[in-house]
Every structure is written in structure tokens, then in C-alpha cells.
Design a binder for this molecule. Structure first.
Ligand code: HEM
Length: 485
């Protein structure tokens, strides 16, 4: 049609990436499934190429679906491509002005990342908190042992979620927030943030907040703040009553040189206390579901791959020798376990898509990406590309044995933690927690499917959200293995 022809000509003139012809108003929204946008976008990329343009409503996105382009985004042009789109729901309670996940990559964001890197993620701090994590993992093993003794199936993802939230909250604020309201806040905020919001496709009507997302997010953020404000107040009270320091994020607030230099104080729009509340909250939101779905998918795969299950159990026994507790220092010797986690994060990446915004016009593969363009990196598509991965749909940890590929940002074909300056802030902690928890579940227990599930097989369908979880939560039966506890 004339419309299509004009669209093509206009694109060629601006050297824009190719893409499906957008319909008036809705753009390409109708080609993208709400329940699995990562798959729809991957299918479109097969047709239009690894750098394509789609229009969601009236907003243009450029979608990257190959390692080469991811490499350009994360390395060559990262200085200009590390901002995030202005998703409308993020403005609830002005969240975007304070959240490390959403902030543009400038002063406030940098100060928050530095704070988290120094006070939570530095090797020194991570080592100092290893005993706490060990204790939380032991609690998990005890809980699972209880289920095993009673012959009840374990809801694997849920059990792991509890442990991760417990580790993260104890790390940040020395309080186990597993049974607090935070859990519901995290869950609902994650769903909300991942549900298509009409305001983002049609910014002209965003003020109307048609689906009420901004209002609802505002309420959730306020509830989240409330929990942390209460903790902070309690801590202050405790300090005045002479309680010893706990050396967590709440305490660090007073001794951190970053703060002494007023680097944060002046930058944060509200108070510096809010900075701590924010970073604590964001780390917990970003760190729990991502890590626990990884455990859930990994277990689901092993329950269907008895050879891999046997191999990893043998490896654990070999590496531990006569010891009966796994330590984080064992992880580097557990090559096959590492391969399983890599393969799980490739096949079932908990985060499927990362969003960025260009802060300046750049050239990507000969195409012009103009300032303000939103960019999607479809990690799922990259992790499932047949010319990068042999039999991409198959679970094969062996593919990583002897292969130089890790997810610390140097290998653009394996990017479950994103890349560039915005690479997952919790990567080092996630690495330790996920391996420790999974290794402990496998070392202390033998696992099998409950009778019904054995007959019908595991339901491997995905549920799309901020993280990719199993549509039917995995339940498995544990029995104590012969390794002592
Ligand atoms: C298996 C577990 C995890 C996975 C797969 C994962 C994945 C990701 C991904 C893909 C991103 C986006 C990166 C980008 O835009 O380039 C991200 C960002 C982030 N992650 Fe993780 N993550 C995990 C665990 C954690 C943990 C445990 C924490 C905190 C303790 C955490 C904190 C964050 C934060 C704060 C950001 C935002 C960084 C920014 O925008 O500057 N994550 N993560």
C-alpha cells in the first residue's frame, strides 16, 4: 500500500533498522503476544534481522537480538546507551528519581551503585557475610528435611525465594523480612512492572493513568518505604538505648566516606536516609525472584535429566570428600554445577529483556539510532539463537564444559545479567547464593517427582513477568541423601 511504501522510504532515508510495518495508532502491538513478548520479538527478528524496529503504540523501539549487536550496545556505545525508558508506572511516588534500577546513569545512580558495590558487593563485604548466608542455607536444609520426614512435596521455587529474601534482608538491614508485608509488595510490584501499560504506548494520554498503574505503584512504593522507615526508626531507638552496631547498610549509613563527602546527601532529592531505604529495597526486589526462579528451573531440568543429576551429585561428593557442609569456596571446584547454572540461565533466563534509552545518537551496524530511542535487548532471543547454540532448546550443561563463557559481561552470547555499566548490580552475590543454595539442595537430598507429576511429566510452560517463572510451580519430593547433615 501507499502507506507501507512511504514508511519504507522514510526509514531508508534515515537509515533506520528494518521492521514490520506499523499499523496506524497501535503500531506493531498486535504482533506481540502479551504472554510471551520475548518469543514474538524473536520470531519477528528471524524475519527482519538482529537489529529491527518495532512500534509499540506510538513509541518506537529498536530491538537487538544477536551477540554482535549486544556487544556494540554493552561495550562500544555503552556510554550513550545506558539510560532507561521512562516507564510511566515508575513515576508512582516519584520512584524513578530514587531507584537505582530506573535512574538515568548519572550522579545519583552512580552514587547508589558505588554505595552498594562498596558496602554489599565488595569481596571483603561478601566474605564477611558468608557465615550469615551459610546459616540461612542451613535453615533451608532443615526446612526441607522436615518436608522429607513428613513425606510432603517441597515447593522448590517458594522455598528458595524465602531463603533469598531472608539472606538479602538480613544482609541489608539485619532483619529477616520473610514474613513481612515486603514480600507481597515485591510480588505485586513485579507483576505490575511487567504488565503492558497503555500509558507507555500512548504517552499523550499517560496523565490519565488509564489502568491506574502509576497510582497503584505509588501505593506499593509507599508501603515499601514504610517498612524501611520503621526499621530505621527502630534502629535509631536501639542505638540510643545502647545496642551494638550491626554493620549492615543501616549502620554503614553513618560511617560511609561517600556520605561524609556529602556525595549522596546533596544528590538525593529527598533525604539521605531515603537513599539507603531505596538501595536496600531495590536490591531485595531485584534479587529474590530472579534467583529463586533460577533454582526452580534448574531443579525442573535435573528432574528430567537423570544423567546430569547423577553427574552433579558425584561431583559434589568428590569435591566435598568427607566434609558434610558445602562452603562458598567449593563453588570454584564445582565445574559441572556451574555448567548447570549457566545452562539454566541460558535456557530459562529469569530476566528476558533489558530496556535502555539512547542519550545520544549513535550508529549501530550502519543504522542510525537517534537520541531518545528506546532499545530492547532480547536476551532470550540471543540465548536461543541456533547459529550460536547447538540445539538451543535442549538442556545440555556439557556445552559449557571447557568453553570459555561466563556471565560477567565479557561474552555477549551469554548475558543473563545484562551488560555494560548497568550490568546486574547483585551479580557477585547472586553467583554465590544461587550456587550455594542449589548445591546444598542436591547434596543433602535425593529428589524425585510426586506420583501424579511423574505420569504427566513436568509442566514446563513459562509465565512471563518481570522474571520468567514456571506457570505451574514445581513441587518435588525430597528424601535425605546418604550424605550426613
Ligand atoms: C540469578 C539471579 C539474577 C539475575 C538473572 C539477574 C539479572 C539482572 C539483569 C538482566 C539486570 C538488568 C541489567 C541490564 O540492564 O543490563 C539486572 C539488574 C539489576 N540487578 Fe540483578 N539479577 C539477579 C540477581 C540479583 C541480586 C541477587 C541482586 C541484589 C542483591 C540484583 C540486583 C540488581 C539491581 C539493583 C539491578 C539494576 C542495576 C541498574 O540498573 O543499574 N540482582 N539483574
Amino acid at each position: 500500500s501507499l502507506y507501507t511504501a512511504m514508511h519504507r522510504i522514510a526509514a531508508a532515508r534515515r537509515r533506520l533498522p528494518p521492521g514490520p510495518t506499523p499499523l496506524p495508532l497501535v503500531g506493531n502491538l498486535l504482533s506481540i503476544s502479551r504472554s510471551s513478548p520475548h518469543r514474538s520479538l524473536a520470531r519477528l527478528a528471524e524475519r527482519y534481522g538482529p537489529l529491527m524496529r518495532v512500534r509499540l503504540g506510538v513509541v518506537e523501539y529498536v530491538v537487538a537480538s544477536s551477540p554482535a549487536i549486544a556487544d556494540d550496545i554493552y561495550h562500544r556505545h555503552n556510554a550513550h546507551l545506558a539510560s532507561r525508558p521512562l516507564f510511566d508506572a515508575w513515576w508512582g511516588e516519584k520512584h524513578r528519581l530514587n531507584s537505582v534500577i530506573a535512574l538515568p546513569p548519572h550522579d545519583v545512580w552512580r552514587a547508589q551503585r558505588r554505595l552498594a558495590m562498596e558496602e554489599v558487593m565488595s569481596p571483603r563485604r561478601l566474605d564477611a557475610l558468608a557465615p550469615l548466608r551459610r546459616e540461612k542455607v542451613r535453615e533451608l536444609v532443615r526446612r526441607v528435611a522436615g518436608h522429607a520426614a513428613r513425606g510432603e512435596p517441597v515447593e522448590v521455587g517458594r522455598a528458595a525465594f524465602k531463603t533469598f529474601l531472608s539472606i538479602l534482608s538480613s544482609t541489608m538491614v539485619s532483619v529477616d523480612l520473610v514474613d513481612s508485608d515486603l514480600r507481597d509488595v515485591v510480588r505485586e510490584a513485579a507483576i505490575l512492572a511487567a504488565t503492558p501499560n497503555i500509558s507507555d504506548f500512548f504517552p499523550a494520554i499517560a496523565a490519565a493513568d488509564v489502568q491506574g498503574f502509576r497510582r497503584r505503584m505509588g501505593e506499593l512504593v509507599a508501603r515499601g518505604y514504610g517498612i524501611f522507615e520503621e526499621l530505621l526508626a527502630r534502629r535509631k531507638g536501639g542505638r540510643e538505648a545502647g545496642e551494638p552496631r550491626k554493620d549492615d547498610l543501616l549502620d554503614v549509613k553513618e560511617s560511609n566516606p561517600v556520605l561524609d563527602r556529602n556525595a549522596i546527601k546533596g544528590l538525593i532529592t529527598s533525604t539521605d536516609e531515603l537513599a539507603f531505604i531505596n538501595i536496600s529495597k531495590d536490591l531485595m526486589v531485584a534479587g529474590t525472584d530472579t534467583s529463586s526462579t533460577t533454582i526452580e528451573w534448574a531443579m525442573a531440568e535435573l528432574l528430567q535429566n537423570s544423567e546430569s543429576m547423577q553427574k552433579v551429585k558425584d561431583e559434589l561428593r568428590r569435591v566435598l570428600g568427607t566434609r558434610t557442609q558445602i562452603e562458598e569456596s567449593d563453588i570454584s571446584h564445582l565445574t559441572y554445577l556451574q555448567a548447570i547454572i549457566k545452562e539454566t540461565l541460558r535456557l530459562h533466563s529469569s530476566v528476558l529483556i533489558s530496556y535502555y534509552t539512547a542519550e545520544a545518537t549513535v550508529e549501530l551496524q550502519g543504522y542510525t539510532i537517534s537520541k531518545g530511542t528506546n532499545i530492547i535487548v532480547n536476551m532470550w532471543a540471543i540465548h536461543h539463537q541456533p547459529d550460536v547454540w547447538v540445539d538451543p532448546e535442549k538442556f545440555m550443561p556439557e556445552r559449557f564444559i571447557g568453553k570459555d563463557a561466563n556471565f560477567f559481561g565479557k561474552h555477549p552470547e551469554l548475558i543473563p545479567f545484562g551488560g555494560g555499566r548497568r550490568i546486574c548490580l547483585g551479580l557477585q552475590l547472586a553467583y554465590r547464593m544461587v550456587h550455594m543454595v542449589f548445591a546444598s539442595l542436591l547434596f543433602h537430598f535425593d529428589w524425585k517427582l510426586p506420583e501424579g507429576a511423574k505420569k504427566d511429566g513436568i509442566d514446563m510452560r513459562e509465565k512471563f513477568g518481570l522474571v520468567l517463572s514456571m506457570a505451574t510451580p514445581l513441587k518435588a519430593l525430597a528424601t535425605k541423601s546418604c550424605n550426613h547433615m
